[in-house]
Design a protein around this ligand. Structure first.
Ligand SMILES: [Zn+2]
Length: 265
């Protein structure tokens, strides 16, 4: 399998993980002592006598797969290999692949963009849920709210502006009623609306393109769309869209997301 050539050796993966978590010198994640001895695949602290492994004090503590398989699984996720192909590639069950893909997604850093200059704002509808999303025109910057209601109302649209759009922005929307007069609630430099009934579509073309990409992404990678996971999927999609560099290599993802979880002594 040609993909396997991209997977580093177990020794190399452990070296990467060790460096991310401990820097140059290994220490005990429980008491901080540097008197640590290695035995077999684990470590033991000579001060507090606790045993640990590279993953044991991180959010990956229940990762029991061999390191190379773990890397292949993470590589599949970062490269957006669909669930079913990943299952074949890794020889893991679909349940396991879904479990870890969901965990990788859940540990993406929290990011909030405040949009400015020209912002296109629009809604997309799913079963029992709606997505309100803004895109800064010409930039890879998105902000969104997932609303577990069949439709978006004006209150939610104004809340979105309060939290995610800088005062003095130029706002472009379609002609939906929820945006009518919205400039009275938030200081906008201008508010332009397309009237779809008059075949005007240019003001929201970028954000509508993003919605199309989102739907294709979820269908292709996850094969299903469950509205209860909408927030998670959207978050992953937005990260891929605005920070593609994080997905170039499993190592970059781990550098951003992996750290020692403080333990109570
Ligand atoms: Zn210790």
């Amino acid at each position: 399998m040609y993909q396997l050539q991209q997977i580093p050796s177990e020794t190399k993966i452990k070296k990467y993980l060790r460096h991310i978590l401990f820097g140059k010198n290994l220490f005990c994640p429980v008491c901080g002592s540097r008197k640590v001895v290695q035995y077999e695949t684990r470590y033991r602290c000579r001060t507090c006598r606790k045993k640990f492994s590279l993953f044991s004090h991180t959010w990956l503590s229940n990762m029991k797969l061999p390191y190379e398989k773990f890397w292949l699984l993470l590589w599949s996720w970062t490269t957006a290999i669909p669930i079913k192909q990943t299952k074949t590639l890794t020889r893991l069950s679909e349940k396991t692949v879904r479990y870890w893909f969901s965990a990788f997604r859940a540990h993406l850093p929290r990011e909030t963009h405040v949009l400015e200059r020209i912002v296109q704002l629009d809604e997309a509808y799913f079963r029992n849920a709606a997505l309100l999303m803004g895109k800064q025109k010409g930039m890879r910057r998105l902000a969104y709210d997932v609303i577990f209601q069949p439709s978006v109302d004006r209150y939610q649209a104004t809340q979105f502006l309060f939290q995610k759009v800088k005062p003095g922005t130029k706002l472009w929307t379609d002609g939906a009623a929820i945006y009518r007069g919205i400039e009275r609630y938030w200081p906008l430099k201008e508010h332009r609306r397309d009237l779809h009934c008059k075949w005007e579509f240019g003001k929201t073309s970028e954000i509508e393109g993003v919605f199309g990409n989102y739907r294709t992404f979820v269908r292709r990678m996850y094969h299903h769309h469950w509205s209860e996971n909408l927030e998670e999927y959207v978050r992953e999609f937005c990260f891929r869209f605005s920070s593609p560099e994080l997905f170039e290599n499993p190592l970059f993802y781990l550098q951003k997301t992996l750290s020692l979880v403080p333990t109570c002594i």
